[in-house]
Design a protein around this ligand. Structure first.
Ligand code: ADP
Ligand code: ZN
Ligand code: ZN
Length: 743
């Protein structure tokens, strides 16, 4: 027998080895082995087996078998190969990204032992315990009283070394010891939810039926589940998962960020218990390795996690669900492979004949277009569950508001303030969105306009009030002290501009002194369990006003939250990216969706300086279809996705001149390479300097009418970029296929 082995190196190739007699029955596809490679012994993965081999030369033998069972299935291996090719990244690097960083066999979750009496133990047996064995007698006495197995650690208080004593009792066949595996404890990341009684509405039934039929058909099928906020998408996921499990299939549920959606994970846990594994960034390296192995063994049937959970080594995969499929966190930006978990999920679904459900209240424009063009089957949940009404929305034109009230620079408008007061007096809860953390994002000289910016990045420093520090939100740089005069003109007239969550928090505390206010942003939630705590206490009604960044906008379900306020809905609206408008629309729409999910009618107040902007207007009307039609025609006109394929090449290096020179030279060589290829740039990136490196970019673009499946662009990239080094001198070059942002 022969084995083909792939190594974590920059090569597409796999190498053949003889399998020694003794290992023949143990070596399977997907196990890791050690084998001589060059002059060293290197670890690799067996990717196929064969009886014969055409290789004529002297063939080496595998030296050692590492894994007792495969850590990678055939389908996952094919997926890795596809990613390598599609995202123009060497195979070894993709494999490294897919597999957990360590697959050591060292970690075993702590085992807990429990004890109970042997069934039908007789009086004679009990009296056979010698009198002097006092410890044994004590344990038996306790177990006689206990109704359920007792953790052996409980005996620590009454005797020393209970484990040994119990072992003796096992030898005498009086008690039985039970091994209890304790899973990595992630209880801090889920809500404890009571079981719910679910009776599907007609619309839910029809949706559920379509998905379940697809799962049962054992064929690849992909859906876009467009369900308005509060329509019960989570319940649909649960029923679909139940169907998959009933046929012995397994399920992956991808969430944008697992800490932010403890309710969904909690719902799954309450229904499927120990069948669920959370693939969580808070797992230690060792726990990850253990979880991966247990998934391979088949211990878990459902894996819930962010982006990288799409690689879970589940066998017999029947269903992949991507919740909030429009979220850009599904795209890995660095390091390579710069993959999109949504695309990977669709490919994996095809490879494994699984059903893939892309779900959202605000689908990405790509997926929306794929439904229009028939690539995804469309499922629509058009109504909120239980007759909950859509919230009523109000736009506050901040310019007009200030002129009328004569109060300039107000952060919270009169209308929003009244509405908050009203809801507080009724004992209802409020969610406020300000999508910027810190106190104030800009410190600027009042005389010459000079902005205090990061030494390493070309961005302004954000003021944080609590520790009185200026912080760079890109690299973390913070100057030792805040200078009280301008660097350029020495004027002492330094001022803070702009508003972050901390400043809003101060204003709220002054305006509503009796209200219990909690802030949720990156700064208050360094640990993921803190998020769950805050959300849970909001759920219990212990918080009146929950203020936060986009972290609070999605996936949360609180029946008593009736008012949502969007303090500054324009943030990010004017960024030079073709998706800027789409993102703001989705954020406003999603945030609005947090209001009035229970029986009480909800309300949304949207503050803006751009009240005539179609993004704001349509979002306020919750009119997704008409907004999507507007941007579809815009994108078509400008030949942007979903009407074209794009790829972005970013050059970074410590000197501005060389970055500019190299990117310029490359563009010169590539212009006009083939008909229809648009080359944009080179141009300095929006973030021109980050972490001490200058950045410049080129964007390639080709219309789908010329290149239906992107194959032409792909071949072009492969030819011109993949085979060159990804480094030219000290300039690094990143290839980003289907980038989610051009910033
Ligand atoms: P979405 O994710 O679509 O915004 P959820 O799945 O959070 O909506 O559902 C909104 C609320 O309605 C949840 O509390 C959910 O448990 C409840 N719900 C949805 N469908 C049903 C149903 N058929 N029976 C009972 N409760 C339901
Ligand atoms: Zn100045
Ligand atoms: Zn910086």
């Amino acid at each position: 027998m022969f084995a083909q082995v792939a190594f974590p190196i920059s090569s597409y190739q796999a190498f053949s080895y003889k399998i020694p007699e003794a290992m023949q029955k143990d070596i399977e596809v997907g196990v890791r082995v050690k084998a001589p490679f060059g002059r060293r012994i290197v670890m690799g993965i067996v990717i196929s087996l064969s009886k014969t081999n055409e290789y004529q030369g002297r063939m080496k033998s595998i030296s050692e078998l590492v894994d007792p069972q495969p850590i990678l299935s055939q389908a996952l291996w094919e997926l890795i190969q596809w990613m390598s090719q599609y995202y123009l990244t060497p195979l070894g690097q993709v494999a490294k990204s897919v597999l957990p960083s360590s697959l050591s066999l060292q970690y075993k979750p702590p085992v807990k032992w429990e004890a109970r009496l042997k069934k039908n133990v007789s009086k004679e047996e009990l009296s056979s315990i010698p009198k002097r064995a006092k410890a044994q007698k004590k344990i038996v006495a306790l177990l006689l009283e206990a109704k359920a197995p007792v953790p052996i650690s409980n005996f620590n208080e009454i005797i020393s070394n209970p484990l040994n004593v119990c072992k003796k009792l096992v030898e005498q066949e009086i008690i039985v010891m039970i091994e209890k595996r304790s899973l990595p404890d992630l209880s801090g990341y889920t809500f404890d939810l009571a079981q719910k009684d679910i009776v599907f509405s007609d619309e839910q039934k029809a949706t559920n039926k379509k998905i379940c039929t697809a799962i049962l058909a054992n064929e690849y099928k992909s859906f876009l589940l467009h369900g308005v906020t509060g329509s019960g998408k989570t319940e649909i996921y649960i029923e679909a998962a139940r169907t998959a499990l009933s046929k012995g299939k397994t399920v992956i549920l991808l969430l944008p960020e697992i800490s932010l959606t403890p309710q969904i994970a909690g719902r799954f846990k309450s229904v499927f218990g120990e069948d669920v594994a959370l693939w969580h960034s808070k797992l230690s390296v060792a726990q990850r390795s253990w979880t991966w192995r247990e998934i391979c063994k088949g211990t878990f049937k459902i894996v819930i996690g962010a982006r990288s959970a799409v690689f879970s080594p589940l066998k017999n995969l029947g269903l992949i669900i991507i919740d909030e499929e429009q979220e850009s966190s599904f795209k890995q930006e660095a390091p390579a492979p710069r993959y999109h978990a949504r695309d990977v999920a669709l490919v994996r679904g095809r490879l494994e004949k699984a059903t893939v459900v892309l779900a959202s209240a605000t689908p990405s424009l790509e997926s929306y277009y794929n439904h229009i063009s028939g690539k995804l089957e469309y499922l629509h949940l058009s109504k909120r569950f239980g007759g909950a009404k859509y919230p009523q929305t109000h736009i506050v034109d901040m310019i007009q508001d200030q002129e009328e009230s004569g109060k300039y620079g107000l952060i919270i408008s009169g209308l929003l303030q009244d509405k908050i007061e009203d809801r507080l007096s009724k004992g209802e809860q409020i969610i406020l969105l300000q999508n910027r953390r810190g106190y104030s994002p800009v410190m600027r000289c009042g005389d010459c306009g000079e902005v205090v910016s990061c030494n390493h990045c070309n961005v302004s420093l954000t003021f944080h009030k609590k520790n009185k520090k200026l912080i760079c939100h890109y690299c973390g740089f913070t100057p030792k002290r805040i200078s009280d005069s301008c660097k350029a003109c020495q004027s002492p007239n330094m001022k803070f501009f702009g508003t972050g969550t901390q400043r809003v928090e101060d204003i709220l505390a002054d305006t509503f002194p009796k209200a219990k206010i909690e802030r949720l942003d990156l700064d208050t939630t360094k640990s993921g369990t803190k998020i769950t705590k805050i959300l849970q206490s909001f759920d219990k009604g212990e918080i009146d006003i929950l203020l936060g960044t986009q972290m609070i906008a999605k996936g949360l379900d609180f029946g008593n939250a009736t008012l949502v306020g969007i303090i500054n809905s324009d943030l990010g609206l004017h960024l030079p990216d073709f998706r800027a408008g789409e993102r703001i629309f989705q954020l406003i729409y999603q945030a609005s969706g947090r209001a009035g999910r229970g029986e009480k009618l909800g309300e949304v107040v949207i503050q803006t300086y751009n009240s005539e902007n179609p993004v704001i207007k349509k979002a306020a009307q919750l009119d997704l279809k008409s907004y999507y039609n507007i941007i579809l025609s815009e994108r078509k006109e400008l030949n942007y996705p979903p009407f074209s394929w794009i790829a972005k090449i970013v050059f970074t290096g410590p000197e501005y001149k060389t970055v500019e020179k190299i990117s310029f030279r490359i563009v010169q060589n590539l212009k006009g390479k083939f008909k229809g290829l648009e080359v944009l740039g080179p141009a300095p990136c929006y973030f021109e300097k980050l972490r001490g490196n200058y950045r410049s970019q080129i964007v390639f673009k080709i219309s789908k009418t010329l290149d239906a499946n992107g194959g032409k662009l792909h071949t072009f990239l492969e030819k011109n970029f993949f085979e060159t080094q990804h480094k030219i001198g000290n300039i690094k070059m990143n290839i980003n296929v289907n980038p989610v942002s051009l910033l």
